[in-house]
Design a protein around this ligand. Sequence first.
Ligand code: NDP
Ligand code: GDP
Length: 332
Amino acid sequence: MNKTALITGVTGQDGAYLAQLLLGKGYRVVGMAPRRGSDTLWRLRELEVLDRIEVVYGDVTDMGSLLGLLARFEPDEVYNLAAQSFVGASWDQPVHTADVNAVGAVNILEAIRQRRPQARFYQASTSEMFGAARAERQSEATPFYPRSPYGVSKLYAHWITVNYRESFGLHASSGILFNHESPLRGIEFVTRKVSDGVARIKLGLADSVTLGNLDARRDWGYAGDYVDAMWRMLQQDEPADYVIATGTSTAVRDMCRIAFAHAGLDWERHVRVAPSFLRPAEVDYLCGDASVAQQRLGWRPRASLVELIAMMVDADLRRHTHGAGAPRTRQH
Ligand code: NDP
Ligand code: GDP
């Protein structure tokens, strides 16, 4: 019989790619999404999966909705991707960030423990937990030092996942994923802000894009590759925690150079810097060591940063040319 997967945060970047992956493997996919005033289904439409999954309203801060979904759909696998995922906004909304990211995670674990203990659970952990990183390359053994309310909230979710695994024997795994991007990335994140900016400048719709810290370095991979790692974790006999990364770290300024060059533009002529985009505390450098995932999951990233950025710039050029697809929201 086909397996059933429940994805929280299905309307986000990773939710859409994971839904697509699981459909391809024959899963019944149930996607939980919070009710919003505006249309949040554009990513599911863009990947042409909206009509093939069941989208149900729910909220990870609402234990009742989680218990109801588990009883109704009896999922074999639960992927908790729901989050207030933007680091920059986590200083503006620290309590909300904790409610969704930290309390939301324990709500799901507790609901699974009560209603569906045989379900396998994936927690979307993050390299932001390493923060002021204590190692040149961060692995499962590197100590955590989060630098934002987002990172702190995710650290609680990570440890409560470990704790429910150890306390109750749940098949609960935590994927410590480094930054991953795609044409479906939210416009507030720096890669997408840049790819959108490049497209608008190239088409004569804008002259510049304004950023914050150009010196920060990130280990950027392609979201389509990373959701495959999530699935692989839940197919293992034993649950565990895994770092997922490319092992290459690039500065924001170099990512800009790559993106503008793809459109035949000189980044230095179009990138401005404004203090309003600086953060109260910064994560200067991230570079992951995914060798455990490579050995145990057989997982490897496929797309290079140059390919990824090209894919994003091309998608934004198409959107601005045809006026379709991703909605624009306030920039951060
Ligand atoms: P997105 O922000 O694109 O998606 C998050 C999803 O969660 C959205 O669909 C959002 O809906 C939903 N959501 C927000 N609040 C709630 C709530 N209270 N109840 C239910 N759903 C809610 O993030 P990504 O897809 O990029 O990331 C997926 C997960 O992986 C997140 O948990 C993120 O923190 C984590 N992560 C991401 C990394 C990355 O580089 N992309 C790196 C490491 C971890 P809405 O938009 O309507 O608010
Ligand atoms: P994060 O790693 O989850 O915070 O992902 P982001 O894409 O939001 O930010 C990555 C890095 O880019 C951080 O170090 C930011 O400070 C830096 N950055 C520089 N300018 C900007 C900007 O204008 N927007 C965002 N979002 N980040 C920026």
